[in-house]
Design a protein around this ligand. Sequence first.
Ligand code: PEP
Ligand code: MG
Length: 760
Amino acid sequence: MKKVPEILTLEEIKKEDIPSVGGKGASLGEMYGIGLPVPRAFVVTAQAFRKFLGETGIEERLFAGLANLNVEDNAALEEASRKARELVLSVGIPQHLQKKIREAYGELGSELVVAVRSSATAEDLPDASFAGQQETYLNIQGNGDLIHSVQRCWASLYGARAIYYRAKQGFDDRSVNIAVVVQELVEAKKAGVMFTSHPVTGEPLTIIEGSWGLGEAVVSGSVSPDKYVFDLRSGQVIDRLISAKLEMVVPDGKKGTKTIEVPGDMQKAPVLTDAEVKELARFGAIAEGHYGVPQDLEWAITGKDFHILQSRPITTIRAPVQGKPAAAAAGKVLVEGQGASPGIGSGHVAIIRDIKDVGSVKEGDILVAKMTNPDMVPAMRKVAAIVTDEGGMTCHAAIVSRELGTPAVVGTKKATSVLRPGQVVTVDGEKGLVYEGKTVAPPQKEKAVAAVAAAPLITATSVKVNVSLPEAAARAAATGADGVGLLRIEHLILGLNKTPMWYIRNRKEEEFINELAGGIRIVLDAFPGKPVWVRTLDAPTDEFRNMAGGEDEPHEHNPMLGWRGIRRDLQSPDQFRLQVEAFKLLWKAGYSNLGMMFPMVSHPDEFIQAKQMMRGWGVDVENVTLGIMVEIPASAILIEDFIKAGIRFASFGTNDLIQYTIAVDRNNENVATMYKPKHPAVLKTIDDTIRVCRRYGVECSICGQAGSDPEMAEWLVEHGISSLSANIDAVAKIRDRVARTEQRMILEAARRVHAREGVQ
Ligand code: PEP
Ligand code: MG
């Protein structure tokens, strides 16, 4: 065995020292070397362990007891393991080794409270991982306890599980050693884990989970931690989910830890400030930059001090099985649908068959329903993931989940019948899969973009964001989007739980106007000076029916083709007027960035009539920004006439434009595979419309789901679109793709000029 001292301090450890200090020890040394705030530590090396075995004369007896063991014979395995551990604990550690351990401990500060962690290692196979099979002792204090804990770590190398694993992996017990990391146990006031990049998409989004007390509660999953998402590009926290943190792990003042209840006032209080999230993300970026792949870090904060306890590549969480999809490696797939909101969530299934079931949904559950509706939004806020039988990428569940940042799978057809209440499942909102049990995040296929904070991307094509819930405005703004390309007010109105007609009938018009203006104002305030296009009401009759005042809603054969959008407002002047009054309030209050967008227009006369009505209600229609959604093919065909009628902008509502162009119901899971955003007829319609808008200098945008698809964004930029509006979760990747496409187009143009000049 290589000659290495019995003790190594963090400063002395290099990457190549894995055979001596184990993976854990080497990683700490490396982290220390790149400037991460690692708690002070030293390692009792594998060489010390082998000296112990040799000098105490137990080595041969130990290995003889393990030789020829049939590990499949449980009783024999347990017996051999017990004997081996007893043997290791039966002899004293030689005095000279004890002295070295005591001296190293004294350097840290005698009486310092430390964690004593095993770090097993195979001499000839430094990459072998034995993580989690040997013991860790927390809250150790004083020479006696320390020496004893080191010995117990050594003995844990012969636990039954560890012996079994080595035998199955073909490791000779003699070739496997153990190092012991002795590290200051920071008395964390708060602690948790961090993914330096998005564990599924690899986007430069740092995801931090944290809770009160030591990190064990988060790592073991015994507490629902707070979750923070930090965008490394904009340098801002773009999402925070504050959970009710009911318990915490703290040192018990003796030899271990204990779990106590979190004091009431701290349970729902955020664990981290934005500044702390930023600082943690900075350490994450250092680690990822150094290792070259996204890292899974453990962190702790004591008072003002930050500590990084561990860093390991996310890709080692679970290696992909060669030739099989990640799904196979993650466990049994129970149901499959469309990945509607990215992210992974595990929890207990809570099936909502009736709205009265909503009360039983608990924090961290998996909400399973035929389809979600506005009454469920409060429950949707607290769950770990959402799964529906029905719907597509643009259904209520999909839109709201994306805004809440909750993973969702829609259109599974059978989740409510296949999944059982209380069953533990894992939802992959990217791939559209629901697995049995709690699984870890699938590995990334490719190395993510290095997550060092880059300068914000400036694109000539504006990249805006879609918003539906005012509460999502701050998250939306934190993406750095160039404005709001679509604010759907129906979620706001549906959230009031009373139809506009109810307010009219009950003479509560003022209340409605103020509610609506108040909700819109929250979004306007989040985007000062940036355009915010607010769409007038576009709720199909079936969504109104459950609300107070919705009793008389007509039963329509196909609500998608029915009484919705501008056509309903024009026939219900009172309903339209209330909305216009809310807009008027805001324009009057100086929000000149507020634009009004009409949905479902099919004829320029509808636009002209809406303007006339507004003029009648005192709006200076020529001096406010009015535009239309292009979501019925008729409006694309007649776009020139709309421009002549005075629209200032047009925005493709591809969710509807696709369904009306190729006659495929966007919410019908039976025809979901036929719903083709890149159908040539759709692309031709869009291309023709953009050309006309460009000819007249009218802003042409997109706010349908297709605008959140990077490939489509590239195509749209190439075809001259002036702006795009994406979902909150997609803004960053769309901005990236837009910037890249623009750069490529500039480069190609320059090359063409160059080539021409070369010829002349
Ligand atoms: C669309 O149709 O693309 C759109 C954005 O509107 P909605 O999804 O609300 O119908
Ligand atoms: Mg639409």
